[in-house]
Design a protein around this ligand. Structure first.
Ligand SMILES: C[S@@+](CC[C@H](N)C(=O)[O-])C[C@H]1O[C@@H](n2cnc3c(N)ncnc32)[C@H](O)[C@@H]1O
Length: 184
């Protein structure tokens, strides 16, 4: 039977062996993908993304999917967003659990992000897809399809910065779920 992941402070359970702030959770590791619209990344950014990807892969399968911006060289913003939206939707399956990254999304804490990842398997998701939009953000199809919309900050971030912050938070989430000594 599915059990929901609720994060309680490890100190409330003295029998739980853990070095971190939270007790280790037993979770089904659902594969994670990050879909992001963006031009070719700088070498420096790619190195940092790869570094986090390797860390995340220690816990679950991980894929970094890049989507070409403005794939049909549309002249106006609306058409560009629609084309990027369609390209992103092509990568999403019906049983994916889709998290849209958006400056107007729900403000969540790192512990809530960890719960989201920990509970994905219990919700019947076969895959978790985190989606980062292009220069003008997400289109209508993505907004309708997303199971959840979250913000990383109240500031608007460059998509590459958003990607890096997301990668670190995915890694952080897993260390929280495993009760490891990274999150304080
Ligand atoms: C340059 S931003 C697009 C900004 C645009 N004003 C919009 O309405 O989305 C490119 C992408 O980065 C991500 N992003 C930027 N700031 C963010 C934030 N504060 N929280 C979450 N995602 C953010 C979103 O996925 C966004 O679609």
């Amino acid at each position: 039977m599915a059990t929901a992941v609720y994060l309680n402070s490890a100190s409330s359970n003295p029998f739980q062996a853990t070095k971190g702030k939270y007790a280790a959770q037993s979770v089904r590791a659902v594969p994670i993908r990050v879909l992001s619209v963006g031009k070719k990344r700088s070498r420096e950014l790619q190195l940092m993304v790869d570094e986090y990807a390797e860390k995340i892969k220690y816990y679950c399968s991980f894929e970094d999917v890049q989507i070409r911006p403005n794939p049909r060289n549309a002249r106006d913003q609306r058409a560009q967003v629609d084309d990027e939206d369609a390209a992103m939707m092509n990568h999403i399956r019906s049983d994916d659990w889709v998290v849209m990254l958006d400056e107007r999304g729900q403000d969540i804490r790192s512990e809530e992000m960890a719960e989201l990842i920990g509970n994905a398997g219990n919700m019947g998701a076969s895959r978790l897809s985190f989606c980062i939009g292009g220069p003008y953000g997400h289109g209508r199809k993505m907004r309708e399809r997303a199971n959840k919309s979250i913000k990383l900050s109240s500031l608007v971030l460059n998509h590459q910065i958003a990607l890096l912050v997301l990668m670190e938070q995915l890694y952080r989430s897993w260390t929280i779920l495993k009760g490891q000594n990274y999150h304080h």
